[in-house]
Design a protein around this ligand. Structure first.
Ligand SMILES: *[C@@H]1O[C@H](CO)[C@@H](O)[C@H](O)[C@H]1NC(C)=O
Ligand SMILES: *[C@@H]1O[C@H](CO)[C@@H](O)[C@H](O)[C@H]1NC(C)=O
Ligand SMILES: *[C@@H]1O[C@H](CO)[C@@H](O)[C@H](O)[C@H]1NC(C)=O
Ligand SMILES: *[C@@H]1O[C@H](CO)[C@@H](O)[C@H](O)[C@H]1NC(C)=O
Length: 379
């Protein structure tokens, strides 16, 4: 009897719950601490502004992410290109590790950072400045493309490991992540390179370089690597403003630029092929593709249920169609630039970076997608 009424009570409670909080098809299990089961001892991250937790503001102190409203939701300016936390922060939290510290802050004392290091620097490209120059793409303002971040890793490991064998042991339980590639193409487009030129002359080399980077990780001892693909940047306020078209056929149902998203898809498909090749070459390593494109697609498909009011407009930026004007003194962080009242309701924080709320949802989707691929044992 007791158990029967208890069961009835539970049904009642859950139906009340359902009435008050209707279940949406968009729901992703909120098992926040899932990656803890993988027992990562550290995270080493590489890339650009999507995952930079404070390197660029040391390298180039005049960037706007050194100023409020960047960081307003966490009440702290850290150099993160958002109002708050980034996807890499939610990955670290899920793994039960501290948020990643930027390498440049500790470069002379990195051995203290035993839970990992963030080598990502805002603005960085995958391709070297020299390679881009050969394609007539100037990239002189970027000081730390991916190969420089790899040199930093070498330097860090010299202090962190006693010898190569020690490194192999220490890194075997670590997670290596990359969030890289978007700036190579963005820089090329801003210098009038066509989609066709980018596709033919940059994508193959960019993917090849990412493949080389993963091999480097593995040679150091990495056994678990997460390589993110590119998001649909044809939906970002920057692209929508700079490459706007009068032809309605240029846009998809979400108002994103189709031809740019096609290019990002093309990059992602090549990258997935490269990862398959790497997996054959290194069967003892889990090399996982981080599908930022699908994660964003999920947010756009379910934006209303997730509480987003705007998918392609920046929260922080001068009032305009997408709240972005291509002028350094009119960007988010510059004096007198408006900020939306509720960043939570926006997917984009500024012209090309997501709000904390979007990052949180993207991370949730990603963690659920990648978790089974790392073969982590149930604790
Ligand atoms: C680290 O050391 C180098 C020289 O060894 C110095 O130029 C640099 O300023 C130092 N960086 C920090 C963050 O202390
Ligand atoms: C780069 O520009 C130079 C001079 O404008 C031109 O001669 C050359 O063909 C260009 N190279 C490429 C790869 O576009
Ligand atoms: C790109 O095109 C614009 C407009 O035609 C021009 O003003 C600009 O100088 C060009 N930039 C480069 C790097 O060629
Ligand atoms: C679109 O059309 C308007 C008015 O006809 C014109 O001023 C504008 O330059 C056009 N924009 C593009 C991207 O072609």
């Amino acid at each position: 009897m007791a158990s029967k009424s208890m069961a009835f009570f539970q049904v009642l409670i859950s139906s009340i719950f359902l009435l008050v909080f209707p279940r949406c098809s968009c729901e992703v299990y909120d098992d926040v601490a899932k990656l803890k089961q993988c027992r990562f001892n550290a995270i080493y991250n590489f890339g650009a502004s999507l995952s930079d937790t404070g390197n660029q503001i040391i390298e180039i102190p005049q960037v706007w992410s050194t100023k409020l409203p960047y960081g307003q939701t966490i009440h702290k300016v850290t150099g993160r290109s958002s109002d708050g936390l980034l996807i890499i922060d939610y990955i670290a939290k899920s793994a039960g590790l501290p948020l990643l510290e930027p390498y440049l802050k500790y470069q002379n004392a990195t051995s203290f950072l035993s839970h990992g290091v963030n080598f990502a620097v805002g603005g960085s490209t995958v391709l070297s400045t020299k390679f881009l120059a050969e394609k007539n793409i100037s990239n002189d303002h970027v000081k730390s493309p991916l190969h420089v971040q790899l040199e930093w890793l070498d330097k860090y490991l010299q202090g962190y490991c006693h010898d190569a064998k020690d490194c192999q042991e220490k890194l075997a339980s670590s997670l290596f992540t990359t969030f890289a590639g978007g700036n190579d193409y963005g820089t090329a487009f801003s210098q009038n390179k066509t989609l066709e030129e980018v596709k033919n002359s940059l994508v193959p080399e960019c993917v090849e370089t990412l493949k080389h980077v993963v091999k480097k990780f593995i040679h150091h001892g990495a056994r678990r690597v997460l390589v993110h693909g590119l998001p649909p940047s044809g939906c970002a306020p920057l692209f929508l403003t700079k490459f706007s078209s009068n032809n309605s056929a240029a846009y998809d149902g979400f108002g994103c630029l189709k031809s740019y998203n096609d290019l990002y898809n093309y990059h992602n498909d090549r990258l997935k092929e490269a990862i398959e090749e790497l997996k054959k070459e290194y069967p003892h390593v889990d090399i996982v593709y981080g599908d930022l494109y699908k994660a964003m697609q999920w947010i756009m498909d379910n934006s209303r249920q997730l509480g987003f009011k705007s998918v392609t407009k920046a929260c922080c930026g001068p009032k305009s169609e997408y709240n972005f004007i291509d002028n350094f003194h009119k960007m988010c962080g510059a004096p007198n630039i408006p900020v939306c009242e509720k960043p939570k309701q926006y997917v984009y924080w500024d012209s090309g970076h997501w709000t904390q709320n979007a990052n949180k949802h993207l991370a949730k989707w990603l963690i659920r997608d990648i978790f089974p691929k790392f073969h982590c044992k149930q604790v």
